[in-house]
Structures are given as C-alpha cells and as structure tokens.
Design a protein around this ligand. Structure first.
Ligand SMILES: [Zn+2]
Length: 104
C-alpha cells in the first residue's frame, strides 16, 4: 500500500515510456508511448485499470509442501476498471466509441 510512486511502471510513464516484459519476464524494452494505442474500459471509457490476482495458500501441513511453511502464491486474473469495476472488458477508443454509438 502507498508504494505506487516507486513502481517502475509509474516512473516509466513519467518519462513518457512504458516498460514491456517478454514471456520470460526478464527482458525489458523501452517503447515510445506515442507508438502505442490507449486501451480503455469498454463499459465506461476509463483508461485506469487495476490488476486482479487470486491468492492461494499451500498449507505447511500439506504432504506435497517441501518447505513445511505456509506458501502463498498469486495467480494473475486480468484487469479491472478502477472507475466502474468492470473486469476484462478492454478495447481501443474506436471500439468504445462504436459500442456506445448505438444508443439512438
Ligand atoms: Zn469502466
């Protein structure tokens, strides 16, 4: 909590860059933010998302637990809009506009 100013992504954003990781999670490349397209919540148009994780505990008493200590792992579940709470409905601004043009 309260450490968002120190996270590398927000620092990169201040410099106008995003950090992207490959599947191994090791390599980072710098991409000019101008070369990217904003993705928004298809429900409300917000650009701000929060990461959703599920936490799972492996009990210290479980026979398959080699550490004999409680182990907590996090499983990435996707993204949720922090404005309206809609999960994993993410698209381009053009997609958002075409979706919301239909209310006539
Ligand atoms: Zn939303």
């Amino acid at each position: 909590m309260g450490q968002s100013n120190n996270n590398p992504l927000s620092i990169a954003k201040k410099m106008g860059h995003e950090i992207h990781r490959d599947n191994s999670g090791n390599q980072t490349i710098m991409i000019d933010v101008k070369d990217t397209e904003a993705l928004v919540c298809l429900n409300c148009g917000s650009e701000d998302f929060s990461q959703v994780i599920n936490l799972r505990k492996l009990s210290a008493l479980h026979p398959k637990n080699p550490t004999k200590q409680d182990n907590i792992t996090a499983a990435q579940r996707g993204f949720v809009c922090i404005k309206c709470g809609t999960g994993n409905k993410i698209g381009t601004i053009a997609e958002y506009k075409s979706l919301h043009k239909k209310d006539e």
